[in-house]
Design a protein around this ligand. Structure first.
Ligand SMILES: NC(=O)c1ccc[n+]([C@@H]2O[C@H](COP(=O)([O-])OP(=O)(O)OC[C@H]3O[C@@H](n4cnc5c(N)ncnc54)[C@H](OP(=O)(O)O)[C@@H]3O)[C@@H](O)[C@H]2O)c1
Length: 230
């Protein structure tokens, strides 16, 4: 069986590792990244994988651009909403808790997946095995008590909530929707002390995402397959 994936934030970190894992499996990827993204690594992959990899440029907050890209695509089997940012990492007095940073975190981590799914949904409906995966974080769980990263946590809680609503609206189309914690991963966001390599996280995530079916829809999973509290 062949699959065509659409992956946002595909130029680095977990998104790039997901792209490599899917291509290594012999499947196709539509890689989305920003106009300003460093795409050196993706360009190298393009010369190795040729027709199996298409690269498009859009910010996930720009729905018009996402819709434009969608008109150039025939079919998608799997959407992975991966692009995300941290914003202020500290407590309530963190100086980065400004209106513009807060807006950016909520637009990228919450509205971004919403716009991505809405822009490409019609292409997903033509698939025989459609799936939607949102890369969230256990920091968004109401059970993950801490006292930092207020709006990152709020954004991941919100995107988990969107996931549940999408799963309910898309039930009639038999499109399963779930969110996933990728583990603590060594990326620009996760830092160099994180426990997992991007490759380890991506391998585990792609296995779970390929197995995703309607009975899993509306759930939040850890990268090891266990259920997480919303
Ligand atoms: N690393 C971890 O330990 C960890 C743990 C839990 C959850 N996560 C989640 O995993 C996902 C990937 O994180 P990562 O660790 O790979 O982070 P990363 O290395 O910082 O990569 C983030 C990716 O998102 C893209 N991006 C950010 N804002 C965007 C926008 N507005 N439009 C389009 N693309 C945008 C970035 O593009 P540019 O290169 O252009 O900036 C980059 O490709 C995020 O959703 C994150 O919240 C990560």
């Amino acid at each position: 069986m062949s699959y065509k994936f659409l992956i946002t934030g595909a130029n680095k970190g977990i998104g790039y590792a997901l792209t490599c894992e899917v291509l290594n499996k012999g499947y196709e990827v539509i890689a989305l990244c920003r106009e300003t993204s460093n795409v050196t690594n993706l360009d190298k992959l393009k010369s190795a994988y040729k027709d199996n990899l298409e690269i498009f440029k859009s910010d996930v907050t720009d729905e018009d651009k996402l819709k434009d890209i969608s008109t150039n695509i025939n079919k998608i089997d799997v959407i992975i909403c991966n692009a995300g940012i941290m914003g202020a990492k500290g407590g309530m007095l963190d100086k980065q808790n400004t209106p513009s940073t807060i807006l950016n975190v909520l637009m990228t981590n919450v509205a971004g997946p919403f716009f991505t799914i809405r822009a490409f949904l019609e292409k997903l409906k033509t698939s025989e095995k459609p799936k939607i995966a949102i890369i969230s974080s256990h920091m968004g769980s109401q059970q993950h008590g801490s006292s930092d990263a207020y709006f990152y946590r709020a954004s991941k809680a919100a995107v988990n909530n969107l996931m549940v609503t999408f799963s309910s609206e898309l039930k009639n189309y038999k499109i399963p929707v779930a969110s996933f914690h990728p583990g603590w991963v060594r990326t620009d966001m996760g830092g160099s002390y994180a426990s997992l390599s991007p490759e380890e996280s991506a391998k585990a995530l792609i296995k779970l995402i390929l197995d995703l079916n309607m009975k899993d829809s509306g759930n939040f999973f850890n990268y090891n397959g266990s259920n997480l509290h919303l």
